[in-house]
Design a protein around this ligand. Structure first.
Ligand code: SAM
Length: 279
């Protein structure tokens, strides 16, 4: 039984890292006049209202997008992402936040195709209601880790696959590593973005080791933390693993991550890490 609802976390520091990377990758793909395919294995509801009751309780977005979207000193990679947020909130009041499917749709052309998987019934309903009108999108109420494999390789032979589980089940760390290996076997030239929290450092390390020894080439790791690792419950940092990154991504993140750690870190304890996990 899934209980996670992304609305409570939309726009927090983890979404900032994930969506800054996603915007960079999609913007790069858009530059070529050839269609691409976007596959979101864990799509969520697609778009979030930040002003509704439940979200207002914890206001996680205030520690993420809320801290930066109107600043004048944004590094380039963060500025492109913040521009999307400004387009969604033209009155200058932060009330809406795009999920990954909305970001992908905004950065897609007429020929591109989007495949969105979501298992939670009410999240799926919102996702489908929002995206069903657009012929480029297809939403599935299905398991994105298993059932999406049949879509690979896509006919476009160019694609971004975002794997963004909620890690509600401890086995998820193992499951994502296995799923990524299986996807890569079918579509080795795809660009894969895998998000992972740092809640217990040993689980993140497990995933790093599994990917390092997976045989998958060219994996970059980008980590953003707002506090030091802690044994108490809670996410202190998160990582994006990027397989086959565009060559522009590294420089963009080298510029953005120190700034993000500085601006989003709690009590000056922000940190970041960039590693080439495999060549
Ligand atoms: C972190 S949220 C996704 C957020 C979204 N990618 C974004 O960036 O806006 C994870 C979502 O995955 C869904 N989920 C969990 N396991 C799933 C599975 N095996 N297949 C598809 N969706 C799943 C959850 O219900 C939740 O809505």
């Amino acid at each position: 039984m899934l209980s996670y609802q992304h609305a409570y976390h939309a726009g927090n520091f983890a979404d900032v890292l994930k969506h800054v990377v996603l915007v960079q990758v999609l913007t790069y793909l858009q530059k070529k006049d050839k269609p691409f395919c976007y596959l979101d294995t864990h799509a969520g509801a697609g778009r979030y209202r930040l002003t509704v009751g439940g979200v207002q309780k914890n206001k996680e977005y205030l520690g993420g997008i809320g801290k930066l979207w109107q600043r004048g000193d944004l590094p380039d990679a963060v500025a492109s992402y913040a521009d999307l947020i400004k387009q969604l909130n033209p009155r200058g009041h932060l009330s809406d936040y795009p999920g990954s499917p909305s970001i992908a749709l905004r950065l897609s052309g007429n020929q591109d195709r989007l495949f969105l998987y979501e298992l939670h019934p009410s999240e799926y309903r919102q996702l489908n209601d929002f995206f069903m009108e657009d012929k480029r999108c297809k939403a599935f109420h299905a398991d994105g880790l298993k059932d999406s494999l049949g879509l690979l390789p896509p006919q476009e032979r160019r694609g971004v696959i975002l794997i963004d589980p909620s890690y509600e089940i401890k086995n998820d760390y193992q499951a994502v590593a296995e799923a990524l290996k299986a996807m890569y076997k079918r579509f080795a030239t795809g660009c894969y973005l895998l998000w992972c929290p740092v809640v217990e450092r040993k689980r993140t390390r497990y995933l790093e080791r599994a990917l390092h020894s997976s045989g998958i080439g060219n994996i970059q790791l980008f980590e953003l933390g707002i506090a030091p690792d802690s044994v108490e419950f809670g996410m202190t940092a998160c990582c994006m693993f990027v397989v086959n990154p565009p060559y522009t991504l590294l420089a963009g993140m080298q510029n953005a991550l120190p700034w993000l750690a500085d601006v989003l870190g709690e009590l000056g304890q922000g940190h970041y890490r960039i590693e080439q996990l495999s060549k």
